[in-house]
Design a protein around this ligand. Structure first.
Ligand code: F6R
Length: 612
């Protein structure tokens, strides 16, 4: 949540800061602001609303400064307003701060500062930070590295999570940054340095990055950067070169990122498969040191994630249990971390996070490590926080996902989990070779099958036109189809604001059927040949009660009275969600478009949930 950008170099800072904010807007878009040092004073321009509003402030084009910090906000403390927007200044207007995260003890700190005469202009937790820096700067800090020491003293008082940038007109040649549990990267180039919450926002300027660690400080000048540990002892740091292509984070002619990302799925799946297996060969995971001896000791697997990533985990669980015969549980990270799960050294925990920055998933991972489980992170973002905590990381390689609603990351997560399950099964010899060989053929066929689904979208558009004004919708399925129903329902509510629920078809009679009345929309997913007759009966039950139905299926349905049927190609049931979810992603997309909503930036949501 919240995006931060910074620049120091030999060019005008403002256009670079604004460009960065536009790329980061998916992290928060209820207000935006910048601070630069202009004529020896800090100049702050900020406003409620999108970055577009910030751009309209007339002074913005007059700024000449080549140092600045910027922020796009997702409100936590204090409603979206100009006063609550970042950057925040201290009372003397000598220190400006932008902050991503939450300061849990800000009330206490505010009381302390008020007792020292400081005044507060906003309701934010962040405003304590510049004032604390000022307090320490003017109270007993020695002259050596006074700015850095004052920042460090202020940071030492904070409880919570933060990625922070600080500038001061007393030190117009540097930006100080520090992080804990919130992402921050520094991109470096000749005579200029860039700071950002994530890599894609500054990828067009450089491919060389420093990934800041928790409690690590960087003092960023235009031509060099100093790194310090939590005791302010200076150290050197390795650069990481990122191979992503900057154009991968652009829209390339698509109206919205979400549509582009839906259409990228044939390719993102190819990238996820990568070199992990070839036909006739065993699966290979060079990135994890998990062998047969260790796997034989594993008596339980937990898959832990949030939202869509958790839905991918549910599909992964089915594959692991079927192919490896290891009991596997799927947990929502925010529940897992507080429920004292039973974990020991015989437990393997897999954490899935597209962004790799989700606060609850990272906290759950830390808990599992404390309890001695082996941990694997599945992430899409190279060098993200989760990858630096887990014992092993496997990357989905789906390419940058910018739209808030996750699409291609979900299908890549599923495929990666299924390949991982095959790898475990091959090590454990828990599954017949021909079963795995057939599954590999089916996985390799997926990209062309996805293309086939994407070429036949008229039915979905027609159905979206018919139902986009509805208030409620229901999704039904059994087995993996239920998990796809959950994902379809989440996509719909996220970007169309239509209330929807997903139910396991068999649960219908245990309560939800009471909600079915004339003309209500029910979407059924039927792809499992073993369960199709039972699922059809459940959908017939809602048809008899007047529901309008859309059925997504890879089965030949005869003698049915469903209103709409969308056919998807047949495949192995373990991976069928990768095909059946695509009409649901498109349905949510077209309903949202019909309603005239902002598909990529749905209200109240942010791409990366870095706070609890
Ligand atoms: C839904 C969506 C969210 C994320 C969830 C976890 O479309 O994108 O539900 O899946 O916030 O995010 P990551 O995977 O970044 O941990």
């Amino acid at each position: 949540m919240c995006g931060i950008v910074g620049y120091i170099g030999n060019k005008k800072a403002t256009p670079i800061l604004i460009n960065g904010l536009l790329s980061l807007e998916y992290r928060g878009y209820d207000s935006a602001g910048i601070a630069v040092i202009e004529n020896n004073e800090i100049c702050v321009l900020k406003d409620k609303g999108r970055v577009a509003n910030l751009r309209k402030i007339p002074e913005i084009d007059t700024l000449e400064s080549s140092i600045g910090i910027a922020h796009t906000r997702w409100a936590t403390h204090g409603k979206p307003s100009k006063e609550n927007s970042h950057p925040h200044l201290d009372n003397s207007k000598q220190f400006a701060v932008v902050h991503n995260g939450i300061i849990e003890n800000y009330n206490e700190l505010k009381e302390f500062l008020c007792s020292k005469g400081y005044k507060f202009l906003s309701q934010t937790d962040t405003e304590v930070i510049p004032n604390l820096i000022h307090y320490y700067y003017t109270n007993g800090i020695s002259d050596d590295d006074k700015f850095l020491r004052a920042v460090k003293s202020a940071i030492d008082d904070l409880k919570g999570s933060y990625a922070i940038e600080v500038i001061s007109n007393l030190y117009p040649d540097r930006v100080i940054v520090v992080r804990k549990d919130s992402p921050l990267v520094i991109g470096t180039s000749k005579e200029e340095n860039f700071i950002s919450s994530d890599i894609p926002a500054i990828l067009s300027y450089t491919k060389n990055f420093y990934l800041l660690d928790d409690y690590e400080y960087a003092v960023v000048y235009n031509d060099h950067i100093q790194f310090f540990d939590n005791s302010l002892i200076e150290h050197s740091k390795a650069i990481k070169s990122i191979e992503w292509d900057a154009t991968a984070a652009e829209k390339n002619g698509y109206e919205d990122y979400m549509l582009k990302e839906i259409y990228e799925q044939p390719n993102s799946i190819r990238e996820t498969i990568g070199t992990r297996f070839k036909l006739g060969e065993k699966c290979c995971f060079d990135d994890i040191d998990i062998n047969k001896e260790y796997l034989k000791t594993v008596n339980k697997i937990y898959i832990v994630a949030c939202g869509t990533a958790m839905h991918a985990g549910l599909v992964g669980k089915v594959a692991i249990e079927k192919l490896c015969n290891i009991p596997t549980g799927v947990d929502i990270a925010s529940e897992f971390r507080y429920r004292n799960p039973i974990i020991d050294e015989n437990t393997l925990c897999i954490f899935i996070s597209q962004s790799g920055e989700t606060a609850d998933t990272i906290a759950a991972l830390k808990l599992a490590k404390e309890k001695k489980a082996k941990t694997i992170a599945i992430s899409n973002v190279i060098g993200s926080s989760i990858t630096r905590v887990a014992d092993y990381t496997i990357y989905t390689h789906a390419g940058p996902e910018i739209a808030v609603a996750s699409t291609k990351a979900y299908t890549s997560q599923i495929i990666l989990l299924v390949i991982l399950a095959m790898y475990f099964a091959e090590n454990l010899e828990s599954c017949k070779k021909d079963v795995l060989d057939n599954l590999k053929v089916d996985i390799l066929d997926l990209p062309s099958k996805i293309e086939a689904v994407l070429n036949e979208i008229n039915g979905i558009k027609e159905f979206a036109n018919k139902i986009y004004t509805e208030k409620d919708m229901y999704f039904l399925g059994r087995g993996n189809d239920y998990y796809v129903a959950m994902e379809g329902s989440l996509k719909l509510k996220e970007i169309s604001y239509i209330h929807s629920e997903a139910y396991a078809s068999g649960e219908l009679k245990h309560g939800p059927i009471a909600l079915i009345e004339n003309d209500v929309t029910v979407i059924g997913i039927l792809t499992d040949s073993n369960l199709v007759d039972k699922s059809i009966s459940n959908i017939q039950e809602v048809v008899s009660r007047g529901a309008k139905t859309l059925v997504i299926t890879n089965q030949r349905l005869t003698n049915n009275n469903f209103d709409f049927i969308i056919n998807v190609p047949e495949t192995n049931n373990l991976i069928s969600p990768v095909l059946s979810v695509i009409p649901l992603q498109l349905l949510a997309y077209y309903i949202s478009k019909n309603k005239g909503l902002d598909v990529d930036k749905p209200r109240n949501l942010a791409k990366s949930v870095t706070v609890e």
